[in-house]
Design a protein around this ligand. Structure first.
Ligand SMILES: *Cc1c(COP(=O)(O)O)cnc(C)c1O
Length: 231
């Protein structure tokens, strides 16, 4: 059985105060950080809870699942794609998502830009970087981010809001921290080089959000801590 709204509300209250505490410890303003509830594998009620609480967007990792879920709810939220995107699904993704966080190849840039142009919209994206050099993760190689960013900034129908990463799974919290520090360094270098702010640093999930906040995250993608374990 899926959790009830009251449970969600209490967990979200608790998580937001925890985030505020971590921000204070890191000398950061909690307003710099957005909590993105990750509703993947959960019913449409999860999206409705998020909207009712006042959270503006939800994260989903599969295009088809999100399209189906979206048809089941009238909740006024923005939808963000956080999972790997295949280019044959790019058009569908550009149609149904308000932002795509998992752009990691030139091919995707081309297809998304074309689709957004045909839809008459400017599509916000984040470039996903494999900042932890994890062979099990998608994302552009850190050495290739400069070129990918140049290509992205040249696309008339895409708007690059920043960078995203997923830390390698590890028992050692230092691994996530190093990964997030690396993403921030890449962002700072690329922002200086391009003159584009690249404001968003989408990093940190239920298990590693402390490290992410300490290293400058602006977007925490949290599923388990809010909705409980996924089947
Ligand atoms: C599932 C997922 C999350 C949320 O993970 P939790 O550990 O449940 O908080 C965050 N980011 C991405 C890319 C995911 O696929």
């Amino acid at each position: 059985m899926f959790i009830d709204y009251e449970t969600f509300r209490m967990r979200t209250d608790a998580l937001l105060s925890r985030i505020a505490g971590l921000c204070r410890a890191a000398g950061r303003n909690p307003r710099e950080i957005t909590l993105l509830p990750v509703t993947k594998t959960h019913p449409a009620a999860a999206v409705e809870y998020a909207a009712r609480y006042g959270l503006a967007a939800v994260g989903e990792n599969r295009v088809q699942d999100a399209v189906e879920k979206r048809a089941l709810t009238a909740a006024a939220v923005r939808w963000e794609l956080i999972g790997h995107l295949q280019s044959n699904k790019a058009r569908l993704a550009a149609t149904h998502f308000d932002r795509i966080q998992s752009v990691d190849s030139e091919k995707l840039l081309i297809v998304l830009d074309r689709a957004a142009g045909e839809l008459g919209r400017k599509l916000p994206v984040l470039l996903q970087v494999n900042a932890g050099h994890d062979p099990a993760k998608f994302g552009a190689d850190p050495a290739a981010v400069g070129r990918l960013l140049e290509l992205a900034l040249a696309k008339p129908h895409l708007q690059v809001d920043g960078l995203m990463t997923i830390a390698p799974l590890s028992d050692d919290p230092a691994v996530a921290r190093r990964t997030f520090a690396h993403l921030r360094t890449i962002r700072d270098q690329q922002a200086a080089r391009s003159g584009i702010a690249l404001r968003e640093l989408s990093m940190g999930m239920s298990g590693d959000l402390d490290a992410a906040i300490a290293e400058g995250s602006t977007l925490l993608r949290v599923g388990t801590a809010l909705f409980g374990p996924r089947e």
